[in-house]
Write a protein that binds this ligand. Structure first.
Ligand SMILES: Cc1ncc(C[n+]2csc(CCOP(=O)(O)OP(=O)(O)O)c2C)c(N)n1
Length: 370
């Protein structure tokens, strides 16, 4: 029997019409050549150099964090190498008053938004001081519950709108996170209220060991906003300029009252999911790894800057040294931070402590004083 709706409803076409609108946007190709002149961001030479400096610094932070974790000097750590353009260039498009709601891999954005490195290390160690951000650092602690930050972002963005602030709330999840219920709820709610939110999906192809294709039938993740009225864009997440420009335009839409934007960055994490013990060689091939390494965000941006005479080996060495010094100082300060106590945790948890806990509190206070 021929389907009755066939004349008006071509199921394949409906999907294709949508999917075809999400072609990946690129400004720099893998060799650092400009392939989309019209989209070049309006950044000064100093700003371009600053963006590169931050990416180099962050690559060193990743390498040192992995070592420190192996030495037992850091706790939870989710590697970031490969994702620098996606993380650093999107943060670079923000203003200080904007709010960041990060996932566990998004510590670099927090640092460049003003979180002292010592506090980032304390967060990794599970110390409560790593979750008490200084005044003026508009950000929440990294979210561990996959997708939850999307719902919270809808709330923060709506709050900004109600208070008449010219600021946005930006959040990050992974490709895996875009399959969660919270993801859809957050995007839908923010859209309904035209809240100034930016939703970033860092599509690094894997949710721990689960390949992106195994967990969603959607051709692109950028198209996931359309169902709730949110425009999406897929950008080359290894291309700092494309990520920067997409975020900047999303920010402009948001502060102009046009509502949220969804950005899918096509990226890759070189390391394991976290330092807790997954082995990427069990779920990825070395061919796949090397294909992505050819797209490296630092290599590409370095070539672009070198062609403009804005970067040199000496400059890079200087930043690497600076990063190592900063890290050394920050880990020392983390070591020198007073150990957290049971009563610290109780004090920060309750304004009015329940009577049964008060009894325990007194017992611990007594023990800790010895
Ligand atoms: C609600 C919830 N379910 C499961 C987990 C366990 N978990 C931690 S990370 C992760 C994969 C997330 O992958 P993705 O969203 O692609 O982000 P990526 O780590 O690749 O940046 C899972 C399933 C969790 N933290 N929260």
């Amino acid at each position: 029997m021929a389907p009755k709706l066939n004349a008006q409803f071509d199921a394949e076409k409906v999907l294709q019409n949508t999917e075809s609108q999400f072609e990946m946007v690129q400004i720099l190709d893998v060799d650092g050549n400009v392939v989309n002149e019209d989209l070049l961001p309006d950044l000064s030479d100093e700003q371009l150099v600053e963006l590169m400096e931050r990416m180099v610094w962050t690559r060193i932070l990743d390498q040192r964090s992995i070592s420190l974790n192996r030495q037992g000097r850091l706790g939870f750590y989710a590697p970031t190498a490969g994702q620098e353009a996606s993380q650093i260039a999107s943060q670079y498009a923000l203003e200080k008053e904007d709010y960041i709601l990060p996932g566990y891999r998004d510590v670099p954005q927090l640092i460049w938004h003003g979180l002292p490195l010592t506090e980032a290390f304390l967060f990794s160690r599970g110390h409560f001081k790593g979750n008490q951000f200084p005044e003026g650092v508009n950000a929440l602690s990294p979210q561990i519950i996959i997708g939850a930050q999307y719902v919270q972002t809808a709330g923060v963005a709506l709050g900004l709108k109600k208070r008449g602030k010219k600021a946005v709330a930006i959040t990050y999840t992974g490709d895996g996170g875009s399959s969660q219920g919270d993801f859809y709820e957050g995007v839908n709610f923010a859209s309904a209220y035209k809240a100034p939110a930016i939703f970033v999906i860092q599509n690094n192809n894997y949710a721990i060991s689960t390949p992106r294709d195994k967990q969603t039938a959607a051709k692109t993740l950028a198209q996931k906003g359309i169902g709730s009225g949110v425009p999406g864009i897929q950008v080359d997440g290894m291309d700092a300029l494309a990520v920067y420009q997409a975020t900047l335009e999303a920010r402009e839409r948001a502060v102009n009252g046009e509502g949220p934007t969804l950005i899918e960055t096509m990226t890759y994490r070189y390391g394991p999911h976290t330092m807790a013990g997954d082995d990427p060689t069990k779920y990825r091939t070395s061919d796949e790894d090397s294909e992505w390494e050819k797209k490296d965000p630092l290599v590409r941006f370095r070539k672009y800057l070198e062609n403009k005479n804005l970067w040199s080996e000496e400059k890079e060495e200087e930043i690497i040294k600076q990063a190592k010094d900063d890290i050394k100082k920050a880990i020392k300060a983390a070591d020198n931070t007073e150990k957290q106590t049971v009563t610290d945790l109780m004090e920060i948890m309750y304004e009015d402590m329940p009577y049964n806990l008060k009894e325990q509190y007194e017992i611990y206070k007594e023990k800790e004083s010895k």
